[in-house]
Structure formats: C-alpha cells, structure tokens
Design a protein around this ligand. Structure first.
Ligand code: IMP
Length: 429
C-alpha cells in the first residue's frame, strides 16, 4: 500500500501536467503537497487547451479525487475561478472530487503586494517571482502569523487574525514599500464571499489521503515547480519558497514516509527556466530562440518567455539522487528534431575541478563551466511515432545516453502535447 510521487527534475515546466494527466486516468486520487498558483499546467485534451494553477490535472478524469494538501498556499480568488471554470466545462461534477486542506495557508492581498513591491526594489537582482504572493505567504506561515483555510470559516477568529495582520502589514506596506494601506472592510468582504463556494471542499485532507493509501487506492503525489527551485536544494536564492523534493510530500500531504513507494521524475529533453538565476547551459543565441519558438516555451502562469538551453545532466543527476527516482519520463523530444549535433552537459568544471553534482553557492554557480558531449541529431519529425523501435537511431541513442548520464531508467518519452503522443518504454505507474 503506497503512493507514487512525481517530481520535476530541472527548473520547472518539464511537462509534469501531461504526465500526471496520463497517469491520472489510472489514479484514484491526485494530491498537491506544496506551492500554490505559481505552478501552471497546460493540458491539451481533445484538442482543447486547459490551464490549471491550483487544482491537479487529475480533475479532467471524472471520479478522480483531487486534493490540495496542508503544505500548500492557496489564493481563494484563484481557486474559486478555477472551480467555476471547470464546472462550466462539465468537470468537477461532485463536490467530493475536490478536497482542500483546512491546514493550507491562505494567500492574502498583502502577500501579492509585498511580493511585487519587493521584486521592484531588488532591481537587477530580482528573483523573477511569479508575483503571486507565494514567498510572503510562506514567510507568514513560518513566522506563525499566517491565516489558514480553516480559519476562514471561524468568523470571529478570522476577523481577529485579519485585524492583527493588517496592523503589521499596513505599516510594512506604507513605510518600507511605499504601497497604500489595505482596508479591513474590503479585505474582509472579499474573503467572506469565498466561503459558500469553498466550504464543501474544506476538510482534514491528511486523514483522507492516508485512508486512501491504506485502502490500496492509487494515489499520486504531484510535485509543483521542481528540484532546482527547491528552497534548500535548488539555486538559492533564485528558488521558490517551498520544498519541491518528494520528501516534502510527507509533511505537505500528511503521509508517513513509508507510504511513498515510488518516485517518478520528469525531465525535458533540453533545459528551460523562467525568472532569474544561474543556468550554465543557457543558449542566448539563435538556437535558444529556436527552442523557445519550437517548444512554445512561454510560462503558462505568467506568459513570460522561458530561457532555453542544452540538457544538463548535472542538474538532473542531482534531482535523481535527492529524490531516489525509480524512473524518468523524458518530454518534448520532438522539439530537438533538426538540430545537429546535439550537446549535453555531462559535468561542470569549477576552478579547474570536474564536478558531477551542482555547487551550493552563488559563487560556485557563477564559476560553473559546462563540459559538453556531442551527440548526432536527427531530422525526422517525431510527433507521429508511438514505439521506441520506430524512433530514428540517433534519437534512441540520445534517450539512452541521457538515462546513463543521470543514472535513471527512461520509462516514458513524450513527442508532443497530446495524450496520444507518448511512447512507453517501461512501467511508469
Ligand atoms: P515564486 O515561486 O513565485 O516565488 O517564484 C520563484 C522562482 O520560481 C521564479 O524564478 C519563478 O519563475 C519560479 N517558478 C515558480 N513556480 C514555477 C513553476 O511552476 N514553473 C517554473 N518556474 C516556477
């Protein structure tokens, strides 16, 4: 009886949404355990594009229970809009298909204001956050001044918490960030209006997730962001404000460690990142622009163009080792068609020393020079290929070499955005 965790192995946007969606057809429950609406999944089902920021992509499979776990930070405005949008399209027909943890923290209006004002003040050193208030909401959680989803339904308690928070936040907004103060009545009225829509979903999700695993239901733990954006193990400080490694699923979903039995990693066949921070294999030339255009590399949450570069085995190896990956799913291989030769970063050289794993410090990252290996490219479009044997020999070699370099078996290859454009090499779930 165990759950399966899914994790991004690079800087996010590896195509987790598509893989979770594929696996969700066989899952009974999909759980998000950290992050908030900084994440975004673009899903293409029957030619129709759906973007989800909070609700796991499992929601497109009627009957699959979607859980927003205790480790998340939830913007109720976004959640309400997503629920309404899904219902308007015939999804989420029953309330019990969406469960929201009463322990998750609420994103409040000051979190968004502080996030954006702080980024402005950072100037050239900006992290490039999504501006959704994620970092400031996690700061309040750790400072033990946060307001949780469950608090929203205790009117007296919510009023008191709101008054206390506004006293502190308004002085911060005005004095330090030059922002106008927020008005109690307006914030209260806005948040009170979310209650009727959200109330049927709010519960102790820990109990439901554990019970599902114990009963032998198929439970997927869906990581958001990715290992290189993990607050401890990524390119700090250019990271998000939560732990993205699968170990975080225990705290964020309320599961004992022994209940996670399998970990699936997702890697793009090249590398992208949005926002600032180190990216040793970045291509700032025409080839980078080509990857962006062919791979449609624009953020699904913010629309920002993604930075693009060669596959970096150092980064994915780090993720494989931290996550204890059982298998790897390799996405967007079709985008590499026509690029010859292909380069893969196998290690970094830092101050004359070869390093197989990433450095920890900003100074180390600034000095990391990629060591590349060249592999032959291919010219055949891959979008219609459905078996490993049909792939061009150079493509097969590329897949096998990546698996060797990061020391994880490749169990699935994606050659396009739709569910059908998938090649299975092994057992994923
Ligand atoms: P935050 O999570 O909004 O604070 O942003 C911190 C960093 O993480 C920025 O570089 C964002 O672009 C990046 N980030 C956050 N969520 C995602 C995601 O889901 N995909 C890719 N990058 C993300």
């Amino acid at each position: 009886m165990s759950a399966t965790a899914i994790v991004g192995t690079q800087w996010g946007d590896e195509g987790k949404g598509k893989v979770v969606d594929l696996l969700a057809s066989r899952a009974d429950m999909v759980v998000r355990f950290h992050g908030g609406n900084n994440a975004g999944h673009t899903l293409v089902v029957n030619g129709e594009k759906t973007i989800l920021n909070l609700v796991p992509s499992g929601v497109l499979h009627p009957g699959t229970i979607c859980v927003l776990g205790a480790g998340m930070v939830i913007d109720p405005e976004v959640l309400c809009a997503e629920v309404r949008g899904l219902r308007a399209r015939g999804f989420l027909a029953e309330d019990r298909w969406l469960r929201v943890s009463e322990r998750a923290h609420l994103i409040m209006p000051w979190h968004r204001l502080i996030d954006r004002a702080r980024e402005r003040l950072r100037g050239a050193g900006a992290i490039g956050t999504t501006g959704r208030g994620i970092g400031p909401a996690y700061e309040d959680k750790m400072a033990r001044t946060g307001i949780r989803v469950g608090d929203l339904f205790d009117d007296d308690g919510f009023r008191r918490a709101l008054e206390r928070s506004l006293r502190e936040k308004n002085s911060h907004l005005e004095a330090l960030l030059g922002e106008p103060p927020l008005v109690f009545d307006e914030v209260y009225a806005e948040y009170a209006q979310y209650r009727p829509l959200l109330e049927p979903f709010v519960t102790d999700t820990n109990v439901e997730v554990r019970a599902a695993v114990q009963r032998g239901m198929r439970v997927l733990l869906e990581g958001a962001q990715a290992v290189m954006l993990d607050v401890d193990h990524g390119t700090y400080p250019y990271v998000t404000s939560s732990n993205a490694v699968p170990g975080a699923a225990c705290a964020g979903a309320g599961l004992p460690p022994r209940m996670i039995g399998r970990v699936i990693g997702i890697a793009k066949a090249y590398t992208t990142r949005v926002g600032g921070g180190p990216f040793p294999t970045e291509l700032s030339d025409a080839l980078g622009a080509r990857l962006r255009a062919d791979g449609d590399e624009y953020g699904s949450t913010t629309g920002r163009p993604r930075r693009c570069g060669w596959f970096d085995a150092v980064v994915v190896r780090h993720a494989v080792q931290l996550s204890g990956l059982d298998v790897l799913a390799l996405t967007k291989l079709d985008v590499l068609t026509g690029i010859d030769p292909l380069r893969v970063c196998v290690a970094y050289e830092i101050d004359g020393v070869r390093r197989e794993l990433p450095p920890a410090t900003e100074r180390g990252w600034a000095r990391a020079v990629p060591i590349y290996e060249e592999l032959p490219g291919w010219t055949t479009p891959l979008g219609d290929v459905r078996t490993f044997e049909e792939l061009p020999q150079a493509t097969r070699r590329y897949i096998e070499r990546l698996g060797q370099l990061v020391e994880a078996p490749v169990a699935l290859v994606s050659v396009g955005a739709s569910r059908e454009q998938t090649i299975r090499l092994g057992d994923l779930f």
